[in-house]
Design a protein. Structure first.
Length: 550
């Protein structure tokens, strides 16, 4: 519950500190006095977005701080999951700087707006006039039914399976799309792969083939050059080998006369040995060189094949062709792999559907069993609120669609008078009827939820007299299990509160400010009497106010 609220520099509020207690608290004030400002400040605490127009003084920061007593509401798991310090008396603070930047804190730890909004879900329900329209929303109608049916665990279980189901189904559709795309090019990919596979390409092969082709294509020229080399080496009179040997013999004759001559001889001998070996190698090469047209044709065909493949695939090397071959192989193989995966994912989807169907049936059964009880409770409360002939018909039907909370559809049908047919709630209920129905719903939900605080912002719109009196009694009854605030213009409701706060404006020089104060008993009599008769309070209005309070 909210135990205190502090506001500085917000709209028409300069500085405000107010304490709240449990039970039923009333907030009244003239139109424009600042009740909406109070709710706006509280909205900042609950995670609403802010802007610079919220600042009264644009040069100073705005601070809104609220204390919440949360020891009874099992909120420790939220604090643990958000890495926040837990305190039974938790403080939430929001600051808006003149620069427009906004900061938020929970127990002095910085948090983002989403965390504030998530926590506020467990702290306060602010019911404004426009929220009565939620009654027409299927989502809200299911929340009512599921809260009373205690379906929280079942729905959590369903949603966990639904998340896996949707992920698996999405993956299945993606794989089917991929398979369809691959199948469209399957034949062509297989042709390209087979073509590259048959080519039997090897890394570095192109350079080797080009050298071999050049050698085979110039065989006569090579043969002629080798023959010339051998002739130069072996000529009887002027052959290089004969002259080298003679050169060596003459040096040998001088080798005994000095070390220099001996060194020259040794070097010449090495040249002779090396040249003799070189000539033998040239001779072997010459014997191996012969005209081979078949080999030349074979190499030429392989080269032309590689050149054609390079041109087709727009690459420059055999290595790039080998990469393309590997990619094509993956595509060809992936068809079989994808088909296996699709079969597996299809089985998984069916399994998840069986699980979802089983849980959805339990949820639907629980809802259907709750409907009579909910209808009866609504009717009993609405009888007190001046709707003696009201009837409800809540239709829950199974569908084939996996929605986030089951597979049901729901219709709230309503009849306010005898002899009238049922119609959709949103179409046949008036504004005043919708307000009363919403109060009845909130009253019933308060028995099943552990929400600390609810704030009714003029839920009494469209009602008066004894109906307003009954609405006040219902809100007072709700306050036995939760903290209830009611912003109201009706004296009948104002008189039912345990505490009564008044919002009012004061003028200080050229400055207008809104203030909030807790009324004493005498001040409360005056406020309610004024609500009854206006500014000129009569004795009868004051007596009427006392009667209402008693």
């Amino acid at each position: 519950m909210i135990t205190s609220l502090s506001i500085e520099n917000f709209a028409l509020i300069e500085k405000l500190n107010i304490d709240f207690s449990k039970g039923f608290s009333i907030i009244t004030g003239e139109t424009g006095a600042g009740k909406s400002i109070l709710l706006g400040a509280l909205g900042l605490i609950l995670g609403k977005r802010s802007d610079l127009t919220s600042l009264k003084n644009k040069e100073e920061k705005c601070i809104v701080e609220a204390n919440f007593s949360i020891g009874k509401y099992n909120l420790k798991p939220f604090f643990v999951s958000n890495d926040l310090d837990y305190e039974n008396e938790t403080i939430i603070r929001r600051e808006i700087l003149p620069s427009g930047k906004s900061r938020a804190f929970i127990n002095d730890s910085p948090v983002n707006l989403q965390q504030l909004q998530d926590l506020s879900f467990y702290l306060v329900d602010v019911h404004s006039q426009h929220q009565t329209l939620e009654l027409s929303d299927e989502e809200f109608q299911f929340k009512i039914i599921d809260a009373i049916a205690n379906n929280t665990t079942l729905i959590s279980e369903y949603q966990a399976v639904l998340k896996k189901y949707r992920y698996t189904k999405s993956s299945l559709e993606t794989k089917k799309t991929n398979l369809s795309a691959i199948l469209k090019e399957k034949d062509y990919n297989e042709f390209l792969y087979t073509e590259l596979e048959t080519a039997n390409l090897k890394s570095g092969e192109l350079e080797a083939l080009e050298k071999t082709y050049e050698a085979l294509n110039n065989i006569e020229f090579i043969k002629e050059n080798l023959s010339t080399l051998l002739n130069l080496a072996h000529q009887e009179q002027f052959g290089l080998l004969k002259n080298l040997k003679e050169f060596k013999t003459i040096l040998q004759k001088n080798s005994n006369f000095s070390l220099d001559y001996h060194s020259l001889f040794e070097r010449t001998n090495s040249i002779v040995i090396e040249f003799d070996d070189l000539v033998k190698e040239v001779n072997r090469e010459s014997e191996l060189v012969f005209n081979d047209p078949e080999k030349l044709e074979e190499v030429n065909l392989k080269l032309q094949l590689i050149y054609n493949l390079q041109k087709k695939h727009q690459v420059q090397t055999v290595e790039e062709l080998l990469e393309i071959k590997n990619e094509l192989e993956s595509k060809v193989i992936s068809v079989a792999v994808l088909e296996e995966e699709i079969e597996t994912y299809t089985d998984n989807v069916k399994e998840f559907e069986h699980l979802l169907d089983a849980i959805a049936i339990k949820i639907s059964k629980s809802r259907s069993e709750t409907v009579p009880d909910l209808s009866q409770k609504l009717i009993l409360i609405l009888h007190q609120l001046g709707m003696p002939n009201v009837r409800f018909k809540i239709d829950i039907n199974a569908s084939k669609v996996y929605q986030h909370n089951g597979k049901d559809t729901i219709q709230f049908l309503f009849s306010a008078n005898k002899g009238t047919d049922f119609g959709l709630l949103k179409k046949v209920a008036s504004g005043g009827e919708m307000s009363r129905i919403m109060l009845a719903v909130k009253s019933i939900l308060s028995q099943y939820s552990r929400l600390p605080t609810i704030i009714f912002d003029e839920i009494d719109t469209g009602v008066s007299g004894e109906i307003a009196n009954k609405m006040g009694e219902i809100m007072n009854e709700m306050s036995k299990t939760m903290q209830v605030f009611a912003i109201t213009h009706l004296p009948q409701i104002a008189a039912k509160g345990n505490n009564h706060y008044k919002v009012f404006k004061t003028v200080h020089g050229e400055n207008t400010v809104s203030e909030l104060k807790l009324l004493t008993t005498d001040e409360r009599i005056t406020e309610i009497a004024e609500m009854l008769s206006g500014k000129d309070i009569s004795d009868s209005a004051r007596n009427h106010a006392k009667a209402l309070l008693n």
